[in-house]
Ligand binder design. Structure first.
Ligand code: NAD
Length: 364
């Protein structure tokens, strides 16, 4: 049953990690390493069953292959899920045991923070392996990735505006923002600096107040954000919010935001947006500034270099809209094709014979 699942999307490796002393139960999945070592975060979650954990790690690792490829990174896709309660089950031994498993893969997989894990946990893993990102700034990391994610969303939004309005300037445009948290506050700052008008909502009143005071944003109710008169809608809070109920309400010409998995059903709702003449910027490309920032640590973090790579999201969006036109598909499908075409072409490039890859020829 597991090999059947692995065959379906050509997974490379699934590793089950167990440590009795610390209670560690983790699964590492390496989906594809054509472009380079598999990079993807470590999620700690109270999975009800092992099957659920396996499904999740397979799905998330494949998602990272596409994200890293479409981001233009020389990295493959992988992920770890840890079965446990992030509030109760953590200990030094727990993450050091996981670090040793990651290390045993010799760099085929690089881990990082995700839901349920923190910078502290990554620092503990770092005691056992260099194959970890998102560690403390004192160890030379880039720190909180949210400002870089926001800059990437801003770049993607400019290119999306060009697609929708023929001009990438956001000056005088009205942007409806759902959720003004870590990423989105920084996004609002870029938009405000360029002269955009902001309409915001958040379940947290203090966050709304901050956006109103700092950027002159107009505040609206939680449910009203879908139907406001605006040019662009930026979902920056939750997944699944583009669905049968909300899409008919939208009055915007484009959607571009940081939230993961915005389309409840990516085919159906991607097409619904297209039918309504709304340009959709695929979320996993829009929000890849964070992973670009964290991956820069692998070369010794340099903020300027990371920022210039994040700026490239504008050009990646350009390619996505070109593929969408070339193939007559939605931008979501086009983003997947961009990733697949890049992986295919690198596979061909790398098929050239290289002596040092064939160790058996060196034997006596
Ligand atoms: P965050 O928790 O700081 O911000 C989310 C905000 O949304 C919060 O202020 C929260 O109160 C608000 N919110 C929650 N439910 C809401 C609702 N129903 N209506 C309106 N507002 C609501 O999180 P973040 O780090 O800014 O991330 C935002 C989104 O971007 C998430 O979906 C996250 O997965 C995604 N993302 C973040 C990063 C990153 O670097 N932080 C990278 C990639 C993707």
């Amino acid at each position: 049953m597991i090999f059947e699942k692995m065959e379906q999307y050509d997974y490379e490796q699934l590793i089950f990690c167990h440590d009795e002393t610390s209670g560690l139960k983790a699964i590492i999945c390496i989906h594809d390493t054509t472009l380079g070592p598999a990079l993807g975060g470590c999620r700690m979650w109270k999975y009800d069953t092992e099957e659920e954990a396996i499904e999740d790690v397979l799905r998330l690792a494949k998602g990272m292959t596409y994200k890293n490829a479409a981001a233009g990174l020389n990295l493959g896709g992988g992920k770890t899920v840890v079965i446990g309660d992030a509030e109760k089950d953590k200990s030094e031994a727990f993450f050091r045991a996981l670090g040793r498993y990651v290390n045993s893969l010799g760099g085929r997989y690089i881990t990082a923070e995700d839901v349920g894990t923190t910078v502290n946990d990554m620092d503990t893993i770092y005691q056992e392996t260099p194959y970890v990102c998102g560690i403390s700034e004192s160890y030379g990391s880039g720190g909180n990735p949210s400002p870089m994610t926001a800059y990437g969303v801003y770049m993607a939004m400019k290119r999306t505006a060009k697609e929708a309005f023929g001009d990438d300037s956001l000056e005088g445009r009205t942007i409806a923002v759902q959720g003004v948290g870590n990423v989105s506050y920084n996004l609002c700052r870029h938009l405000h600096e360029e002269g955009a008008k902001l309409i915001v909502t958040d379940i947290n009143d203090d966050s709304v107040e901050r956006a109103v005071n700092d950027f002159g944003a107009e505040a609206v109710g939680i449910e009203d954000i879908y139907s406001v008169e605006a040019d662009i809608f930026a979902p920056c809070a939750l997944g699944g919010i583009l669905n049968d109920e909300t899409i008919p309400e939208l009055k915007v010409k484009a959607v571009c935001g940081s939230a993961n998995n915005q389309l409840l059903d990516s085919d159906k709702h991607g097409s619904q947006l297209e039918e309504r003449g709304i340009v959709y910027a695929p979320d996993y490309v829009v929000n890849c500034g964070g992973v670009i920032n964290v991956a820069d640590e692998l070369q010794g973090y340099d903020a300027e270099r990371a920022k210039s790579k994040v700026k490239e999201i504008y050009n990646q969006m350009d390619k996505i809209f070109s593929i969408a036109k070339r193939d007559g598909v939605t931008p979501t499908v086009a983003a997947d094709r961009l990733a697949e075409e890049r992986i295919d072409s690198m596979m061909r490039v790398r098929s050239t014979f290289s002596l040092n890859e064939v160790t058996t020829l060196n034997r006596r």
